[in-house]
Design a protein around this ligand. Sequence first.
Ligand code: A3P
Ligand code: MG
Length: 377
Amino acid sequence: MASLKRKLNEENCSLPYFEVHPRSKYNFSAAVLRRPMFIGDFSLNAKRQFCHDSRNLHYISIKWQIFKKVNYDLNVALDKANRKLFEETKNEKLDRLLEWILLNSFKFHTRESTGKPLKCLSTDFICFRGLLTQLLCTPYENEGWIVCATKFRNTIYLCAYDTPEKQTDRENETEMQKRMSAWGYKFEHYMTDGCDPSEGVEENEEYCCVVRSRLDNHSLVYGAEVDGADPSLYKTPHADLNAFIELKTSKELIRDADHRTLHKFKLLKWWSQSKLVGIPRVVCGFRDKEGIVHTLKMFDVEEMPAMAQDHWKPNIMLNFVKTFLDYVKSCVQVDNPKAVYKFQRKHNGDVVSCTYLGHDHDWTFLPEWYFEKVFKG
Ligand code: A3P
Ligand code: MG
């Protein structure tokens, strides 16, 4: 470790690696995540084409309080589903979010820049919410990850890449895993107002919100796919995602171990994903082994950490991400839309490393159609 400490990366990366563990080092008063503010939205159609509107926003009416008994067979019309094209979505990188930025660059003006040509986006980071969810969960998960970073006009763009292990897992997915993934989408379908369960689900369609937030000293703009809004709360224009609902499925809770899995692993993910965009409620459909949902249960996102009973702690997670973003800022010095830095956490890894890749065509992710245009009015 000492030799690793001495070895400095190219391009003045000031720290050669960043420590995930022991996670107790992040156990101090939590970095503040400012209320995420809604700044826009877009949809993706079945062909994953960008649509500058909210055509795929779903309404999810919740007319019950804590529990509801239902009988949703998630196998219905599964053979008619248009399965999500994970290979293609991976190749999209940040493109759909960048398209939104191109069309909404006026939203990035500050008081000082109003009336003048836009020179920068005045935000420290741009990324998708999924990447931030993964970072938040890192102190409690073994999974490896790769995050690439490019600085352009003082904003750092972050893009997640599959690790080779993740790629292999995806290629070797069992039929049961594929079925369970389809069940998740089918559950969303059942919950959507006006849906006809006998129809197949179009899994490639999406509705995404773009939010602005701040984690301590880091300003952030990120895109997030969201499941839908409760029409009794949803009004436009809206400042935040308070009316939105996140949908999840989980195995029925039968044994003590099932409760533990829910609290230790599932709530960790649900809290991270929802907290980042300010979605206050998660509705879980509890399903049996055959894929029949018998119970819906409402979870209040703010109550999840207490339910988790020290299996995971938000302060450790938020402080980890804040400190990681400090590390990214210290490493990413070159301001060039083609230059890439790679941050990597190996499976089970205690550290995150940073490598400067320069203009490596395999990793460059900011497209020319974006960086040539965004500041040209
Ligand atoms: P569950 O949430 O019930 O697991 P999300 O909850 O993030 O909106 O995702 C909706 C559903 O899409 C998930 O349902 C799951 O079935 C499926 N899904 C999401 N990400 C996936 C992935 N990386 N691989 C396989 N299925 C995924
Ligand atoms: Mg969901």
